[in-house]
Design a protein around this ligand. Sequence first.
Ligand code: ARG
Length: 601
Amino acid sequence: MKKLLDVLSGLVGQAFADCGYDSSYGKVTVSNRPDLCEFQCNGALAAAKAYRKAPIKIASEVVERLTGKTDQAETKPVWQEASAVPPGFINLKLDAGFLAGWLGQMAADEKLGCDTEEKPQTMVIDYGGPNVAKPLHIGHLRSAIIGESIKRICRFMGNHVIGDVHLGDWGLQMGLIMQAVKEEHPELPYFDPDFSGDYPEEAPFTIGELEQIYPAASARAKEDEEFSRRAHDTTYQFQNGDRGLRALWQHIIRVSVADLKENYRRLNVDFDVWYGESDAQPFIPDMVERMKKEGYAHESQGALIVDVAEETDTKEVPPCILVKSDGATLYATTDLATIVQRVREFDPDAIIYLTDKRQEMHFTQVFRVSRKTGLVDDHVKLVHIGFGTMNGKDGKPFKTRSGGVMRLEYLIGEIEDAVYNRIMENRTMEEAEARQTAAVVGLAALKYGDLSNQASKDYVFDIERFSSFEGNTGPYILYTIVRIKSILAKYRANFGEEAESRAASEAAILPAAGEAEHQLQLCLAQFAETIDVAYHELAPHKICQYVYELSNAFNQFYHGTKILAEENEERRESYIRLITLTRQVLETGIDLLGFSAPDRM
Ligand code: ARG
């Protein structure tokens, strides 16, 4: 199905052409003065220059065309109002019949009017990015939440999308843990160079212990130079294939990944592949060798580097270091090798990364090296979406009450409690149901609170505000959906199941009877455009904005309309079809954001 603005632009463009102007001047946009009109076209202003004519004259000619009798008798009128306004704007208002007809088509379309990508792309989304054995904290939360939404949006548009968690499973943190375990339990076979049997199947630690080991070892390394040196050695040995350390490493990964999966499940986030930094390592030697041989990489102070500065740079972009003077490879080396791996396995058209925006320079370097050395074809898009920090009310990075970095599960717990208390204030639910509902609503509060901000901006994490059932919040959107579900349930109770399903899927949507209904219809008609923009800009916050506006439009309509008590059967059924469509659009929207609505709240 075509998008509404495209159709309207086509019609106005035709009117321009009929008057002897180029049809490209007919571009129609949603009005930025909704008090004056619904849509507008500013093409006459631009045409005035090209045709050396007063803009208002051109606008008037076009308007005359638009409002004049249509040539084809069966064409229904499109405009209720079209007017030329000085200096040369064209203000437009849609005909109610046209709009209702449009919604009828949209309701019959399985994608609610959204067109999928003509040439589906293969896309890898690199998000989550947790580090093995380090607790998942809120620093990784945004990556997971935004990445999941972007994955869903790209997939909804018909692309082949692969979500990759890209585990941090290779660095010094692994050596620190192993060294700490070794010093605590030197008797374990992993550390015996003469051991040639099978290593135990069970890990020598639980996730709880593992999470204690890492911070303790990391703190110790900062103070104890000797320990730090031993941990570096261990890292080196494990990276170079020490059999016992590799076996121990497998245990760390298994225990840690099981815990991560549980955390992501609670967040309604899931990955198609669980590759890690370690999986890219085998690609490093050949890649580095080739970059050397082909003259891209050269030595500088003992290190191997690739220059990536460009003349147009406004701020310095330092060379990308592939291999340090001590032979160690770096984060960038791993990311480059990961690109090699992804090209081999998926042959992607795009790779999209989600991290804190402080990693921007890193990705600038990695992308430039990839292009320069031909790791990817020219057509491949490499995109880094850098997001801002989640701050507390004091404007500083969010911390627990006791001042520590907040662990994800505590954070989720806090927001669930806040929602639970609100639900219990109304006392309409048993405790057990309220708990379950709080989990669903709490997740919406958390995700919407995050996604409704433009990703690159810092934002204040405010549990009170995010969990409110009113205002621009996740719970408010869910509340609106629950309200629609409840009207539909009452309709079913009054008129029978069959009547409900018939009205919901077959009834004609009638031209709006009042202004609130007209506004609701207008808002619905803009769904496809919204999704299209969110997709092209990789911007979930556009969907948040939209579902909020749609919820407001629905609630306005709801407060001024007797839906169930409407006596005219045709109109009543039209309402049911309209609110069912509203529900579908809202539910599709929140699904793209990564959460869902309960039945009651
Ligand atoms: N593990 C990294 C971190 O915690 C994030 C990884 C992001 N992805 C990537 N391909 N570099 O900062």
